[in-house]
Design a protein around this ligand. Sequence first.
Ligand code: ADP
Ligand code: MG
Length: 267
Amino acid sequence: MLQLATRDGSPAPAAGLDHSPLAIRGLTVSYGEKPAVFSVDMTVQPGAMTAIIGPNGAGKSTLLKAALGIIRPLSGQVTVLGRSLDAQRARIAYVPQRASVDWDFPTHVMDVVLMGLNRELGLLGRVRAWHKARAMDCLRRVGMQDFADRQIGQLSGGQQQRVFLARALAQDAELYLLDEPFAGVDAATEKAIISVLKALKDAGKTVVAVHHDLSTVADYFDNVFLINTRKVAEGPVSEVFTAGNLQAAYGGRLATAQVDQLSALPA
Ligand code: ADP
Ligand code: MG
């Protein structure tokens, strides 16, 4: 990451901090005695795709939830586009980890996507034809336009994931946070999701995704953020996605297939 020196030689704040889509400073989150995320700094680069990578239990989901204000941190600050999280909540869209959603909840696909329009609908707002048209357009962008009337629980995992992505698209946010968007989806869905995310990036949006498949990191992402409770490294894939940093993040917990992939990476 670019670091500017000040005139007196003291370290300057990280470049772009003020306008970073998401800047986290000194974040510590704890559910019990042991912190799940400890003293983490993160500066997300605008208009880029960033992968959050680390082993199970590393605090990846917790980091996203704290960034969204879903969990209260023990300490630390989160700013979104240079302002407090409270002021900017509407500019962040979130696709939760699939395992965390109750899929038996009797809701139709269209209703899920319309939730992305809550800000426009307001508390008492009636759903108008144009809201539905916009929701349909978002379903089309993820290839799910024919499923608007289905119950969400009747869809495959990949289809459910696309619907939640459509909900995030409906929100028309600046910053998209996704928790393992490719986990348990079929290859066609993975392709559909990545092309939607790349289109968001091309439109100048910022995408941050928890990602578990090390083999696609270089293909899909510009930057990586490696975490194991503490931050391990952060920066462009070409500089930071190295065998040494992965070993530091995963310790001895890399699967054999992942170790094989490491040999193709810079040390
Ligand atoms: P990751 O997404 O990297 O797998 P998480 O952020 O889900 O990791 O979890 C980090 C740590 O916090 C883990 O040890 C996990 O067991 C714990 N944890 C996560 N959510 C809760 C919770 N709601 N209550 C208690 N402990 C939790
Ligand atoms: Mg997780």
